[in-house]
Design a protein. Structure first.
Length: 144
């Protein structure tokens, strides 16, 4: 094999390696925190206000874990006529595992069956409106 053939083989090997890396990069799954990330950033001050509203409450929505069952408890002073809210179980590593549920308290508790949640860390994001005020609370929970 002469010198020109060796250079050609080396060059074609390099091109093949680069093309392989390009195709692998296009196949990589890239996710933002949410699909409407930029729209949420524009409303970030509203979220800060909701967090401050929640922190100013004497009693908030609390949670407890019992195996795969999540129990949310609320103080009766928060339940107004206009009370409405959601709980979002946000999985930072995989958005396909996110679960969003409506808050619906019976006897000041809501029991959530966590069997749809897989083992690992979730951010539990509580968003609600009560007495025409917005509230937001986020806690990290670990599902066994």
């Amino acid at each position: 094999m002469n010198f020109g053939s060796k250079i050609t083989v080396l060059y074609l090997s390099f091109v093949g390696l680069i093309l392989t890396l390009v195709f692998m990069c296009f196949g990589q799954k890239v996710e933002l925190v949410s699909k409407d990330y930029y729209a949420q950033e524009l409303k970030f001050q509203d979220k800060i206000n909701a967090i401050n509203n929640e922190k100013s409450l004497p009693n908030s929505i609390n949670h407890s874990l019992n195996g795969k069952t999540i129990i949310l408890s609320v103080d009766s002073t928060l339940l107004s006529k206009d009370f409405e809210g959601t709980v979002n179980f946000f999985r930072p590593s995989d958005s396909s595992k996110d679960i969003k549920l409506k808050l619906n308290f019976n006897n000041l508790e809501q029991i959530i069956d966590g069997t749809k949640l897989i083992h690992g860390a979730y951010k539990m994001q509580l968003t609600w409106v009560s007495n025409n005020k917005n509230y937001f609370k986020e806690e990290v929970i670990f599902i066994n």
